[in-house]
Ligand binder design. Sequence first.
Ligand code: UN1
Length: 508
Amino acid sequence: FDTGKVLAEFGLDHVHSGTYADSLGWGPVEDRPVIEAQCPADGETVGRVAASDARDYEALVSAAVETQQKWRMVPPPRRGEFVRRIGQLIEQHLDSLAGIVSLDTGKSTMEAKGELREAVDMSTLAAGQARMLYGFTQQSQRAEHRMYDQWLPLGVVGLISAYNFPAAVWAQNGFLSAIAGNTVIWKPSPKVPLTAIAVQKLVNRAAAELGCEGVFSLFLPEDDAVAERLVADTRVAMISFTGSTGVGRKVADTVGSTLGRRYQLECSGNNGCIVDETADLELAAKALTFGVVGTTGQRCTSTRRVIAHESIADELVELMKKSFDQITIGDPRERDTVVGPLIDRRAVRDYQDVLAGAEREGATVAYGGKVIDRPGLYVEPAIVTGVRPHFAIARSETFAPIVSVLTYRDLDEAIEIHNGVAQGLASGMHSTNLTHIETFLSARGSDCGIVRINMGTTGADVGSAFGGEKETGGGRTAGSDAWKGFMRRQSVCVNWGGTSAWDDRIDL
Ligand code: UN1
């Protein structure tokens, strides 16, 4: 696609500095720091964006507090119409917005479109949910009293998102926040500034049409120290954070220390998939391939570990190699590209270090594993065999297309290996044996937030709750009853009979 044209659709300048402060409602700050938007495909600077700073923050947070006072009284179904309208605008501009997501992240346009469809799906889910913020009726033991619970807004939500899903994670958390009656301050990763601005511009258009200005605002600092204000600010009722476990822990410490504020964390995963001796290996190899290489291994749900029964491990690895061979790696702007580059140089270094470390510990890089000799940050997806559970490669998350293959003898051992890591986001099993599957789904099975049977670990459906246990942080967003995480529960009891009910005796 044509970079200049795609940017122009959102009023963004190609290469030259753009100060979009006016259109984003930021204050008249002169000497703003600049964020360079570099495309990971070739390192080209596609845009320069003026960042927000501490002075903008003050203006944004007071506006968010003030707007929330009004927004909380708007009937939820009307709030739903606003998020649905944002979804429609994303849908209308899907192709060019996907171009911007590709320029920022390096993911293929195919995947960028998938991410934006997820954002659209999230808008329809949230709009429908807005009519169903149900509380239960309870039966009071007192005569002529009505008792029920109701769900009320929290206030201002601070939404911190990572570079890998710059639009979908905002939509998952932001749309539920908004239908819940909260206002949202979005702090995206400074690695994806163009997506953040383009999305905010669509939001502003929907807001102007429906009179919902100020419900969503964008805070785009270049520097994490400025972002920390948001986390520490007691005017912000909740922080929803997606990113590494290290940063997530700091968020939890800061927010948790002021009781009454909430946090929701979606941190590192180390997603494993058990493939047993009864599995359809062709299907498993295909599902595992996309789980490993999709988004160049930079999803928190990416498949990091394959735990294969020893009798089929070699055959599975051969099938995975064949399937990996079919993947077109290339410039995300080209039509047939499936896998693009890594996000930055540091990610390439991490990829190299982890593979070198695995070899030192005695594992074998059985497929791929090299940096591709061409401009841009391209690497070959890697399959590492002979990995033992205690190897560093199997214990921590590396955002790169690398999968470790571990083997096991019986199901108990497989589950022990599977659960024997600190993270608990997505998990999977390939099997045709009902007992194996149900064991993995039982209380002694997977300890993760998400389980996929005969599927890949990635590509969550918005209809179910998304998030994980253990060091992944315990947060949930998207479907099921995840909306409750963005609201406060109130237990109500109304005495409608006008008498005080002291007597415990039943007297018919
Ligand atoms: C993330 O990687 O931070 O299910 C979240 C999936 C994606 C994950 C997005 N929706 O693979």
